[in-house]
Design a protein around this ligand. Structure first.
Ligand SMILES: [Zn+2]
Length: 528
């Protein structure tokens, strides 16, 4: 039956174009400068795709193809794999994920920072029903697991609760997660002792998963946090990753020398510790998480509001002042910027110092702390925090164990003032750090965006341009590729990418997203 159908299809194809040969390939890319993802030097070749796979790479391919794309000497690379995204923010409104695909990102990994859908399966079912453009995958979040069993409470888990959490992690892995993420900086991850994280990491590790962590502290205790992340990998028996590695706060700048040495030492003694990073000197999270100490966030919003009304307020204001001075505030209220305020979008994009002045107060750090508490009372906003230095960023970028991630989301074009990383991370590395500043080579940058994260995740059929691999492919001009999104005007797509192919189908070309929605849910090691 199947053979008959194929025979009929062949006859129909031949009839459609009288006299034409039936095409050997679905897509043929001619005159490519192949950067294959492994880090090896580029070479010139043609690349042919049939169905969802790369079937031939050779110096010259001249067989007939349904579509021929002349790359004209542009770079042809594996589609980029972004190992840290918050893409469930936006994927249901914008299933084409334009901000990512236009940069060449073809696979998005969600569930970072200890926060994931749970259970995972219904979420995957919704995605599959949606039809999306990029591939999509998940980690299971330790914070979400703990929240479900214990709640937002500051205490140790009982042995019974640990067993229940193990069951949830196991279920997440069976449903297709790639490992366990944690956000030990956030509530409720911050209430978790290291030993408890290790118990859950063991479950993910035994099932082939990795551990990836937004660490407990990225400021004054950054080296201890890297040590903790390494310890969890070592005792949990699984690969471990410091995610969106950065050094927050002027007093701590330069500490990447120490953190990278810790990673090197761990690797030298056989612990598979790696790093990912986004290429900006500002971070983004909620004003509350950034500027209120975590111990005051226990129990949820009502409890926080009660504390702010109580005698604790002056203590919290002191702590917030310190966090503006020494940590995410970057030493100046103007270094705190509002990304999005649900209760007053006129604040989006504004600086904390200016908002403080707008409330009739001098823009001192203490008054800015008062404004931050007021913002939390009004309902909270997400913020952007300019508190990272360029030297640390470049040092981390150059490290061979660092891959590129965005930590971004899928913005609604034009809405609010999101961190530009959602629109520009990959293009910024290729434009600013490869071409303009020459911090890393083109081949190394592509490796950090493709083969390296693929290998980290165990995605054996993606991340490298080679015959029999899945055809996720990006074509871009290395002379023009660049990010355009800024902190003032984030809603600008990256430039320089001409064609993006996902699972063999053209998803972006001629400056436009196509009608194709070829993205798949990718399943982790326990479900494959
Ligand atoms: Zn994070």
């Amino acid at each position: 039956m199947r053979r008959t159908l194929i025979a009929v299809a062949v006859v129909l194809a031949a009839l459609a174009v009288p006299g034409a040969q039936s095409p050997t390939y679905d897509v043929l890319i001619k005159h490519a400068r192949i950067v294959d993802g492994t880090g090896r030097p580029w070479y010139r070749a043609d690349l042919a795709i049939r169905g969802d796979s790369i079937v031939k790479i050779a110096p010259s391919i001249d067989a007939p193809a349904a579509r021929t794309i002349d790359a004209g000497g542009q770079v042809v690379a594996p589609g980029f794999i972004d190992i840290h995204t918050h893409a469930r923010r936006g994927i249901f409104e914008v299933p084409t994920a334009d901000n990512y695909v236009r940069q060449g990102v073809t696979t998005l990994i969600e569930g970072p920072d200890g926060s994931s859908p749970l259970p995972i399966k219904p979420f995957f079912d919704r995605l599959l029903a949606l039809r999306i453009t990029p591939n999509f995958a998940l980690f299971v979040g330790q914070g979400t697991v703990r929240d479900q069993i214990i709640g937002s409470i500051n205490r140790k888990a009982t042995p019974d609760e640990i067993e229940k959490m193990r069951v949830l992690v196991r279920q997440g892995m069976e449903d297709g997660a790639f490992g366990l993420s944690s956000g030990l900086f956030y509530v409720p991850g911050t209430f978790t002792p290291t030993a408890e994280v290790i118990e859950l990491a063991k479950v993910a590790g035994r099932m082939g998963g990795i551990y990836i962590s937004h660490m407990r502290d990225e400021a004054s205790a950054i080296t201890q946090s890297v040590q903790e992340t390494i310890e969890i990998g070592e005792k949990g028996g699984l690969p471990t990753q410091v995610t969106h590695h950065k050094i927050i706060g002027k007093n701590n700048w330069g500490k990447s020398v120490d953190t990278l040495r810790l990673i090197d030492e761990a690797r030298a003694r056989g612990i598979d510790a790696t790093i990912d990073q986004y290429p900006y000197t500002a971070s983004s999270t909620s004003i509350q998480a950034a500027l209120i100490p975590a111990y005051a966030l226990e129990g949820g919003r009502e409890e926080v509001l009660k504390r702010l009304k109580s005698s604790m307020r002056s203590e919290l204001k002191r702590e917030t002042t310190r966090l503006i001075m020494d940590e995410r505030g970057g030493g100046d209220p103007q270094n705190v910027q509002i990304a999005s305020c649900g209760w007053d979008h006129s604040l989006d994009g504004k600086r904390l110092g200016d908002i403080t002045k707008g409330r009739g107060l001098a823009a001192t750090v203490e008054n800015a702390a008062e404004t931050a508490l007021w913002i939390v009372e009004q309902g909270g906003c997400s913020g952007i925090f300019h508190a990272i230095n360029e030297e640390d960023l470049q040092r981390v970028l150059k490290h061979p164990a660092t891959m590129i991630s965005s930590d971004g989301e899928i913005p609604i074009f034009g809405r609010a003032n999101p961190h530009p990383r959602s629109y520009g991370s990959n293009a910024r590395v290729l434009g600013r750090y490869v071409r303009d500043l020459k911090i890393i080579t083109l081949e190394d940058a592509i490796r950090k965006m493709s083969a390296f994260p693929a290998q980290r995740l165990g995605l054996a059929d993606r991340g490298v341009l080679r015959e029999a691999m899945k055809a996720d492919v990006v074509i871009f001009d290395p002379n023009t590729v660049r990010d355009k999104a800024t902190f003032e005007q984030p809603h600008q797509y990256a430039e320089g990418v001409s064609t993006v192919i996902v699972n063999g189908q053209v998803a972006f070309e001629n400056g436009k997203m196509t009608a194709a929605r070829p993205g798949r849910v990718l399943y982790g090691p326990a479900k494959r």
